[in-house]
Design a binder for this molecule. Structure first.
Ligand SMILES: [Fe+2]
Ligand SMILES: [Fe+2]
Length: 204
């Protein structure tokens, strides 16, 4: 079994970097699940942990999916068997399914933050959605660690690896300077709406 991503990896080794990101996603999934147990006893800390985990998945998690779908998968496809192509299609479907649950989870997290009193029904909805997200994401990640890595290592040339690394860097650079920030600098948008909070570390 190939298990990479457990040590530090930079974007210059993009496949390893993607697999390292899996560990960070797993950490946030675990935090989201644990936070449910603190909603009643320490709601502010629970909400903060949820907020930071959601922020990570909404920023680094989204970039990760783009890295796979826009930079990695298209370079693998020409070299894959029909079965392997079917496997990549399945990964993309799993991304859409996880995104759908994540959207629901974000809405429930907002409801939790806005609720004055503890709500058992809201907490159970939160638990259900975090469980569904983990049930989708954890096997997806495990499969990518093993199968996607193997396909990438078998297929990619050094030039393609370098091209993927460059695209990943460009994607992150673009995110640091989104169009809204440029508009804010020009004075047309309020700074609070333009700047993203990249505080992504979970509290527990
Ligand atoms: Fe993926
Ligand atoms: Fe992935």
């Amino acid at each position: 079994m190939i298990r990479i991503g457990q040590t530090a990896a930079t974007i210059d080794t993009p496949v390893e970097h993607l697999m390292a990101c899996h560990r960070r996603i797993e950490d946030r999934l675990a935090t989201l699940e644990r936070a449910a147990d603190h909603l009643r006893g320490d709601k502010p800390a629970a909400l903060e942990a949820i907020r930071k985990s959601i922020l990570f998945l909404d920023s680094s998690g989204v970039l990760h999916t783009s890295d796979e779908e826009e930079s990695l998968f298209p370079r693998l496809r020409p070299h894959l068997t029909p079965e392997e192509l079917h496997y990549l299609d399945g990964l993309e479907e799993q991304h859409r399914a996880a995104e759908s649950v994540f959207t629901e989870l974000k809405a429930v997290a907002e409801e939790l933050a806005a609720a004055a009193d503890h709500s058992i029904s809201l907490e159970s909805r939160y638990r259900e959605l975090t469980a569904r997200l983990s049930a989708l994401y954890r096997p997806h990640i495990q499969s990518e660690d093993e199968i996607l890595t193997r396909l990438a290592l078998r297929t990619l040339t050094n030039a393609q690896i370098n091209a993927i690394a460059q695209e990943m860097k460009d994607r992150r650079e673009e995110r640091k300077h989104p169009p809204a920030l440029a508009a804010m600098r020009a004075g047309s948008i309020d700074a609070d709406h333009a700047s993203a909070n990249h505080d992504e570390e979970a509290a527990f």
